[in-house]
Design a protein around this ligand. Structure first.
Ligand code: ADP
Length: 281
């Protein structure tokens, strides 16, 4: 990532900006649109795209014209560049985790200290299947990925200060930066006071609900715990409590948590009662 980042000159940066600005309108952004935005000749853009394609930063495609889109790596490098430019991140560290839909890095921020940068990759690389199932027109998967990052950032902004979630620091492209929490995922730890921890988690779900947000993918993998408390993370699938599917998602979230505590700690709570508590009924 860092080598790729260092290999970019100002012309490349302008090209990546132009691809980003136009990717909402074109699956592959045409050379002439990039040339116009950068004020550089089409021949020079073509040459630069060959280099960027070779670095696996762009995916170039000839149809009636040459067009370019981001690879996941390319979008991530582009987003990192913007984060550094606005001083949200000063140094990228090691990979903390890699999932199907994201890659998470440790990083340093001059202003916030230790932070976490999550690069989203929703729909990648099986975007074609996604496209068949849902009607996204001919949008490139990078558009879905940016939307997913934005949704996560917006949910965190809305929740921070009201519920126990990581502090959101910045969002650019497919990257969301949050403050590092020194805690472990629930599924990794054996807790000695499971009743208290379960109550704390349910209280967080209640606070999020009161703030108008349902997590949508809550489980023992997205809850961090340490001796100070619990934190809820990973919000790209969050929905508004006004969403038609809201109740279904809420019940699924709560059920996942209750099932986990019953399975792991033989703690049983009634789903209906808990739902009433969360909705303040
Ligand atoms: P995904 O579910 O797509 O893998 P997550 O948001 O769950 O993405 O992040 C993956 C992992 O990165 C988490 O399980 C957690 O270990 C770590 N992580 C993410 N955000 C933070 C944070 N703010 N502080 C500490 N660890 C984090």
């Amino acid at each position: 990532m860092i080598e790729l980042y260092r290999g970019l000159d100002r012309k490349d940066e302008c090209i990546l900006n132009a691809i980003f600005d136009n990717m909402w309108d074109f699956e592959y952004v045409p050379v002439h649109a990039i040339a116009r935005e950068c004020g550089i000749s089409e021949e020079k853009i073509e040459l630069a795209l060959k280099k960027l394609g070779g670095m696996r930063i762009t995916e170039n495609k000839y149809t009636e014209y040459l067009g370019a889109s981001f690879t996941f790596k390319g979008l991530s490098v582009f987003s990192l560049k913007r984060l550094v430019n606005k001083n949200a991140v000063s140094m990228l560290g090691n990979i903390m985790g890699e999932g199907k839909e994201s890659v998470v890095y440790n990083a340093m921020s001059e202003r916030y200290g230790e932070v976490v940068v999550k690069f989203h990759r929703v729909g990648y690389p099986s975007f074609k299947k996604v496209k068949e199932k849902r009607d996204y027109g001919s949008l490139h998967y990078t558009v879905l990925t940016v939307r997913s990052a934005k949704r996560e950032y917006n949910a965190l902004k809305k929740l921070y200060g009201y519920a126990s979630v990581p502090q959101p620091v910045a969002w650019e492209g497919n990257a969301v930066v949050t403050r590092l929490i020194d805690a472990k995922e629930l599924f990794r730890v054996k807790i000695s006071n499971p009743g208290d921890v379960l109550d704390m988690i349910l209280e967080e779900i209640k606070k999020m609900y009161a703030r108008g947000i349902i997590h949508g993918d809550l489980s023992q993998f997205n809850i961090l715990v340490n001796s100070d408390g619990v934190w809820i993370i990973d919000f790209p699938q969050s929905v508004d409590t006004k969403d038609p599917m809201a109740q279904e998602y809420l019940e699924r979230d709560v059920k996942n948590v209750l099932d986990y505590f019953e399975r792991t700690y033989r703690l049983k709570k009634d789903l209906k009662e808990v739902m009433k508590y969360i909705k303040d009924e």
